[in-house]
Design a protein around this ligand. Sequence first.
Ligand SMILES: [Zn+2]
Length: 385
Amino acid sequence: MAWENVVGQERVIHALNRTLSSGRIAHAYMFYGPEGVGKRAVAFALAQALQCATPTNGVACGACNACHKAKKGIHPDIHVLIPTIKDVDNDDLSSRLRALAEDPYATVDFQRRPSMEGSGGSTNKQVFYSVEMVNTSLRREMSYHPVEGRYRVAVIIDADKMRADAANAFLKLLEEPGDKTVFILTTDRVDHVIPTILSRCQQMRFEPLEVDDIAKSLVERDIADPNTAGVLARMADGSLSRAIELAANEELPQVREQVLDFLRLSFKGRGDLIVAKVDQLTAGGREHTKFLLTVALGIIRDLMLLTEAGSSHLIVNVDQEETLIRFVNNLPDARISDMVEAIERTCHLVERNVNTRLVLISLSIVLRAAMRGERTAGIVTDLAV
Ligand SMILES: [Zn+2]
């Protein structure tokens, strides 16, 4: 069956089915949109369709030898690249590519998953495509005629991670496309891709997934029961990869408790305790801090639902309902939308390498004011300078 590994994304699939049936295949595609919504899954499915020996209207049969090889990630004419850290270990790289072929929604990047042995942790090491990767490996691979398929296909994941020299080298490849070559690029950060590359690609935008689609997929994967799947799907912000990570994260209950503690301490305004709490919250590194902030955002959005919609029907943290209701009742003047804004702004700052301790302490001050119904504009923003 075609597109069988893809969750949602009907609009994109519809457009690609039209392209495939017309036979007018572009030399390069750029799949862009949020992380974890299926860009890689669609890229692999498209690569398979391009190799299938017996397609119907261009759509892969799913049963032929070429389809089998494509699905297993062993088709000789499909070349998959991910950006790597410096001095990458080749066995490690292969195990990441295997995991990706097995599940295109798996987290395999070096930054968010430093070791394939476990699911936790994160590293601040830079990942990138070097000019050597483009000029040797990719250029050579794409210069051959198809070995057994119909096209030479390169799937280039996180294409925004090309340094300037690599991007220029890649641009040259794009400018002189071979007859039977197709590049499929994916990125979460299309604003980081140079315009000269973008303009040579057919661009396709991917939207966040529906909560129901994510929940259903978690249940089908047998990693969550329907109730938990609903909670995780709402927390995941439209990203199936995120939901899968959350399901594997045994720390989630503790993290949520820490976030609630942080909110309580912020309200009380006890500076000494807040500093100690912030030390604890930031000890796990930048990615972990981002995770905490995502959890915090989920909690505050629940408060918003309880206050504004007056209903607990859609809240994410259903098991914390009592705590949340108590919060809303005790703090009738709280400016909850200011709290959401402050946390969102903090997330952006943390991504931009700002000192995470300072940002969280500043956030605590803003949250305190917002919980007390005071205006708060600007305090967090000032740290960005
Ligand atoms: Zn086939």
